[in-house]
Design a protein. Structure first.
Ligand SMILES: Cc1cc2nc3c(=O)[nH]c(=O)nc-3n(C[C@H](O)[C@H](O)[C@H](O)COP(=O)(O)OP(=O)(O)OC[C@H]3O[C@@H](n4cnc5c(N)ncnc54)[C@H](O)[C@@H]3O)c2cc1C
Length: 470
């Protein structure tokens, strides 16, 4: 356990000299917003001593050098949309928010890359490149709020991972400020590069514990203008999931194959006053196809529809116009919010299992729900095995019972996940929320290598301490 020093008035003055007086926040009302992310603020929130808003990698470097010299913890921050507590300054100290470093520095069409500052809102990048007929495919569903640096630090996934993969696939190069304050360039505008260790891939998904990303070289692809969505109803979750390999083995790779169990569809339709035809369905799949050739999408759509029907689907609905696509995606996007109306206390989970084991997980969720007096709606990315099986507190139970049951239920849930070859986070990260479980899921050798890496990069343990590891 490291011990840290407090930020003194003299050091705050030094920070002001580095980034400018207006870019150092110390007043409670200004720094409160940086004390939490999208996890439960009451449970995980913690105030920083100061928030700095640098405008260049050189300023980030100077702030980090100061913190390393004085043993003051640093928490890098993007938009604070994280779901594992990664951007929370648990030990106080300095939050470095990249919000002022939000520019698209270069759109290099000849090399199909964008060079961006880490604080650029993901959706702004997506829109800027779309205007040029290009596509950044590696983004999460929170793209309107989150920023590129946060996506890289979490190796964010999202609804498009089946076809396009996750953020890391699109990171060709990074500028990073190390925990000792050096500015390093990793990778570059290169499609192939085996010149030594692939250090940029070590930074991807490192949750801000190994350095601060200040700039990224992002790979772009052609914009897939043609699109079609299918909403497919099944009697059972097993029938729904069994369809996934059937489609993929036909050479059709949907952008996404999203799964919702019956309770998700009913609760969310009620919340949105929506009327999807779910009456007899025990599960639903939302399948999205896209491409650059409309005729090919039409063919894939017909073939996918036939495969659904021959796999026992109760109904197959096709949404080819934007309005209907939006209606069904709106249901998928609002599941978490809908359950908050039922009970605002939740633990949003992110387990990932090999796709074939999704149906094996479903009965366990029902059993765990009954055993621990919680509701566990199940939805997520069926096409990549990532399930947001969320523990929702029963409104009649006490907070004391909830806290006791939450921990016991998660311990059992994670053990079951591991027994099917799964892991405890597919895209939201470990952060504070899941760090206590890491030793149960990783083999000691793997955990030891991760800790050794952290020690080598950050000998004073000032860079986002307490995240990932206990
Ligand atoms: C409604 C909603 C939907 C979501 N959907 C998805 C989804 O589909 N897929 C998914 O993967 N996630 C999803 N998320 C979670 C979250 O949006 C992602 O993890 C996102 O990538 C976090 O980005 P951020 O900018 O908000 O990062 P923050 O929350 O600010 O930070 C996240 C982590 O990254 C670190 N970090 C931030 N910036 C940097 C930097 N420049 N250098 C180094 N470390 C840094 C922080 O220290 C922290 O550990 C969702 C969240 C919400 C609220």
């Amino acid at each position: 356990m490291s011990t840290y020093n407090k930020l003194t008035p003299k050091l705050i003055e030094e920070l002001r000299t580095i980034v400018g007086a207006g870019s150092v926040l110390v007043e409670d009302e200004k720094i409160e917003a940086y004390s939490h992310d999208e996890t439960n603020a009451e449970e995980y929130g913690h105030m920083p001593d100061a928030v700095v808003l640098p405008q260049s990698a050189e300023q980030v470097s100077k702030v980090v050098k100061l913190a390393n010299r004085e043993l003051i913890p640093i928490t890098p921050r993007g938009a604070g949309s994280g779901l594992s507590g990664g951007a929370i300054p648990e030990h106080g100290g300095i939050v470095i928010s990249l919000e002022k470093m939000n520019r698209l520095l270069e759109l290099d069409k000849a090399n199909m890359v964008a060079v961006v500052e880490a604080g650029m809102v993901t959706n702004d990048l997506a829109n800027a490149v779309q205007d040029e007929g290009l596509f950044f495919a590696g983004y999460p569903m929170s793209l309107q709020t989150c920023v590129i640096g946060g996506n890289i630090a979490e190796n964010a996934g999202g609804g498009k991972a089946v076809k396009y993969g996750v953020t890391g696939r699109y990171v060709l190069g990074l500028e990073v400020v190390t925990p000792e304050g050096e500015i390093v360039e990793l990778g570059g505008k290169l499609t192939k590069d085996v010149t030594g260790y692939d250090l940029k891939s070590v930074i991807v998904g490192s949750e801000g514990t190994l350095g601060i990303v200040t700039k990224a070289i992002i790979k772009l692809i052609g914009y897939p203008a043609a699109r079609a969505d299918l909403l497919v109803l099944f009697k059972t979750p097993k029938e729904a999931i069994d369809l996934v390999p059937v489609i993929l083995s036909r050479g059709i790779t949907p952008v996404s194959i999203e799964f919702m169990d019956r309770s998700c569809v009913i609760t969310t339709c009620k919340y949105l006053n929506e009327s999807l035809p779910y009456e007899n369905a025990g599960a639903m799949l939302l399948i999205e196809l896209d491409g650059t050739n409309p005729d090919q999408i039409e063919e894939d759509l017909i073939e996918t529809g036939k495969l659904c029907e021959s796999s026992g689907a109760l109904n197959v609905y096709v949404a080819e116009d934007k309005n209907n696509m939006e209606r069904i995606w709106n249901v998928r996007r609002n599941i978490a919010e809908a359950f908050k109306v039922y009970s605002p206390i939740q633990s949003l989970e992110d387990i990932v299992v090999p796709i074939s084991h999704i149906p094996d997980m479903i009965p366990h969720l029902e059993t765990l729900g009954k055993k621990y007096n919680v509701t566990i709606p199940c939805y997520g990315h069926a096409g990549d095995g990532n399930l947001h099986a969320t523990l929702v507190k029963n409104p009649d139970s006490s907070m004391e019972e909830w806290h006791k049951n939450e921990k016991a239920c998660l311990t059992e849930l994670y053990a079951i996940t591991a027994s099917f070859g799964g892991k405890i986070s597919g895209e939201h990260g470990i952060g504070i929320k899941r760090r206590g479980f890491l030793k149960d899921i990783l083999a000691p050798g793997e955990l030891h290598l991760m800790q050794a890496l952290k020690k080598a990069w950050d000998p004073n343990n000032i860079m986002n301490p307490g995240k990932i590891f206990v």
